[in-house]
Design a protein around this ligand. Structure first.
Ligand code: F6P
Length: 358
């Protein structure tokens, strides 16, 4: 008997179900022995508190195209995972206990950065763990692509597309705030796909005067509007120069809901123009996965399934230079994949006139 535990952790995204289906189908189609799948509910919480259910064929039927996760998810930050809960429960010990109680052969974890750190911790503690790279942010080290990313890029792009007509009608400046946490992958791709005039990323601190300059030049050239795609983690040159302590102090007194509103306020004061902010927010994580993500997640799931059948553990399945790869969890944990400001794509975007505020 092969017993497999599976959970989805952290913020959800499209194609989580497609990936789990891939693992299930690969293992059940190819195993030489009976297989049991145990789904832990709401992420690591399910493993800690023993909330799980036995999954069968029906659970994995008709879920390829469904967004979200059939198991539920939650955030269990890595920094608190080794801290006992309010009732004194040692979370790591509890996870190990439940794993051994169910006599699992392995645990499959679908998650992003923080969740992969916890997976690496469990692997270090002797559990057989395989992870799959999930996040709309595409910021996981060790893989060129994460599932969910392409679906989110499409949604954020559509949002910028739709803004064009209203921006043009009113002759306004629009700031569209795009998710991505501390990295700019989503904003860079959606910004380019949506034809944003200015793209602001956390990796390239911006100078407000450069932004104003672009808006005024467009104005003079008879363009009625300017669209700025702003990553939620974008930062000005001035703020980037602050020490961590001083930046934290600034944020304590911060009165804007986010960087986009601060930017809009500055633009409106400096140019006298009408500025509007649009924040698509969690819509970017919702709905059905696009075809790319369905295929990609299925491939990742199949690779994970093949690894389970061979007993290869302690890896994240990733995608590098157009090949599916296995990356040791210890190499992935704790590292962030950021946009390189000198990357070819940034240069190409600049060549076609996109301003990055630098
Ligand atoms: O990591 C995915 C992500 O959507 C980020 O882009 C965003 O910063 C964050 O999660 C939002 O988190 P929550 O769903 O907890 O509000």
């Amino acid at each position: 008997m092969l017993r497999i535990g599976i959970l989805t952790s952290g913020g959800d995204c499209q194609a989580l179900n497609a990936a789990m289906r891939g693992v299930y189908k690969c293992v059940t189609n190819n195993a030489k022995e009976p297989v049991e799948f145990y789904g832990f509910e709401d992420g690591y919480k399910g493993l800690i508190y023993g909330k799980f259910r036995l999954l069968n064929e029906d659970d994995f039927t008709n879920i390829l195209t469904i967004g979200g996760t059939i198991l539920g998810t939650s955030r269990c930050p890595f920094k608190t995972i080794q801290v006992p809960d309010e009732n004194g429960v040692d979370k790591v010990a509890a996870m190990k206990q439940n794993y051994y109680k169910l006599q699992l052969n392995c645990l499959v974890m679908l998650g992003g950065n923080g969740s992969t750190k916890t997976a690496n911790l469990l692997s270090d503690q002797g559990l057989n763990v395989i992870t799959l790279p999930k996040t709309i942010d595409n910021d996981l080290w060790g893989t060129d692509m994460t599932f969910g990313f392409q679906s989110a890029v499409d949604i954020a792009t559509r949002c910028i597309d739709e803004i064009h007509t209203t921006a043009n009608s009113h002759g306004r400046v629009f700031v569209v705030e795009i998710m991505g946490h501390k990295t700019g992958w989503l904003t860079l791709n959606a910004g380019m796909a949506g034809g944003a005039d200015i793209i602001l990323l956390p990796e390239i601190p911006y100078d407000i005067d450069k932004i104003i300059d672009v808006i005024e030049k467009r104005d003079k050239a008879g363009k009625r509007f300017t669209i700025i795609a702003v990553a939620e983690g974008a930062i000005s040159k001035e703020d980037a120069k602050l020490s961590k302590k001083d930046y934290a102090k600034k944020l304590q007194k911060y009165t804007f809901p986010s960087v986009s509103y601060e930017l809009a306020d500055q633009i409106s004061k400096k140019t006298g123009r009408e500025v509007r902010v649009t924040v698509p927010g969690h819509i970017q994580r919702g709905g059905a996965p696009v075809a790319y993500d369905r295929v990609f997640a299925t491939r990742l799931g199949a690779e994970a399934g093949a690894m389970i059948l061979k007993g290869n553990y302690g890896f994240m399945v990733g995608y590098k230079n157009r090949e599916m790869v296995r990356v040791p969890l210890k190499d992935v944990a704790g590292k962030l994949k950021t946009v390189d400001p000198d990357a070819r794509i940034i240069k190409e975007a600049k060549m076609v006139g996109i301003c990055f505020g630098d």
